[in-house]
Design a protein around this ligand. Structure first.
Ligand SMILES: *[C@@H]1O[C@H](CO)[C@@H](O)[C@H](O)[C@H]1NC(C)=O
Ligand SMILES: *[C@@H]1O[C@H](CO)[C@@H](O)[C@H](O)[C@H]1NC(C)=O
Length: 139
């Protein structure tokens, strides 16, 4: 009888989305004197066919400097309680620090418990070179 009276309360708690704040930062390096990049922080969604954008900054062009510090900040809300106990988070950056054209490189995936309140991710990357997937546009 006690259990039955607790049941609605448990369902209510389970139905409230918990929030995780993701803070990503790092330094991009490039040997060229003029280069642009577009960085995005993603959450991989296994239950959907697309990934969630947590945060991104517009295309940034850097002139006369070989490194740039970036910062991203955004929230994810647990949408499938009891199924998926971890967020799978990664960064991607499209840049033209190449001999020709735009390329995209990705960070490793970070796993974060949905119970974490604030998650910190640091990704430093030397972008110089022709590795990664070619793209026509930054966005
Ligand atoms: C990134 O954030 C960490 C704290 O989480 C800090 O120690 C580090 O200096 C930051 N790096 C940059 C490049 O801002
Ligand atoms: C990247 O693009 C910017 C803007 O078009 C250009 O000024 C720069 O020379 C390019 N850098 C490289 C290394 O291609």
């Amino acid at each position: 009888m006690k259990l039955i009276s607790f049941l609605p309360i448990l369902l209510l708690i389970g139905g409230i989305a918990s929030k995780t704040n993701f803070k990503a930062n790092g330094t991009f390096h490039c040997d060229y004197n003029a280069w642009c990049f577009f960085v995005t922080l993603w959450e991989e969604d296994i239950t959907e066919s697309w990934n969630d954008v947590i945060d991104r900054m517009g295309t940034k062009c850097v002139f006369g400097r070989h490194s740039w510090d970036y910062k991203l900040d955004g929230n994810e809300y647990e949408d499938a309680p009891f199924l998926d106990k971890f967020y799978e988070v990664f960064l991607s950056v499209r840049h033209n620090c190449t001999s020709f054209g735009i390329r995209e490189v990705r960070s490793d995936t970070t796993y974060e418990s949905v119970d974490t309140a604030v998650s910190y991710i640091t990704w430093d990357k030397d972008l110089t070179g022709d590795t990664g997937t070619p793209y026509k546009e930054f966005v």
